[in-house]
Design a protein around this ligand. Sequence first.
Ligand code: DC
Length: 206
Amino acid sequence: MTMNVVAIDGPVGSGKSTVARALADALDWRFLDTGAMYRAVTCEALRHGSNLDDDHVLGELAESLEIETSPRVTVNGRDVHDELRTAATNAAVSHVAVLPSVRRAMVHQQRAFAQRHPEGVVVEGRDITTVVFPDARLKIFLTASLDARTLRRHDEDAASIQRRDEIDSAREHSPLRQADDAMMVDTTEKSVTDVVEEILACLLHI
Ligand code: DC
């Protein structure tokens, strides 16, 4: 069944969150930032001093967390929005996101979110077009040059960005890749408004 979902994937700094948020506003739909969900699990694991390689322990932790990402990121009602982008989280999140039990718990929450909002949702991440919502109404793959992506990120240098992209693309479960039927948009030289208008035009024609 085609769901009222616009699914957006792409590497670090390609513009996913900014574009997805603006698109959701334009459509009056809800927005879900799944990277923030993996960051929230990572922050909780760091706070508990958990072994970040332990699939079972981190899977149980992930299952115990109710995560909202808009307008602020909250975990079981606690606002963690300003804790998600520390150097420690940037370094650890791709390792936590590799764990199958963590992914299972997050995908379950992401699908439940879309079911709660049949009016429509815009969801962005790494495996949204390929795994979470393969039947989305529209699938977008955003890219941009490494220079442009580095300029957009104030919390991370080019080396860290490349390291995360490599781990996210090479992992066994749900790697970042462009879905066969996803529309590719290179955002290097485009404004947010340009990209949102391009996607809105596509939505009108399907
Ligand atoms: O979009 P972001 O940079 O906030 O995402 C943080 C990390 O979370 C990213 O390096 C990989 C992981 N991630 C994932 O594995 N699957 C998703 N759907 C979203 C993010």
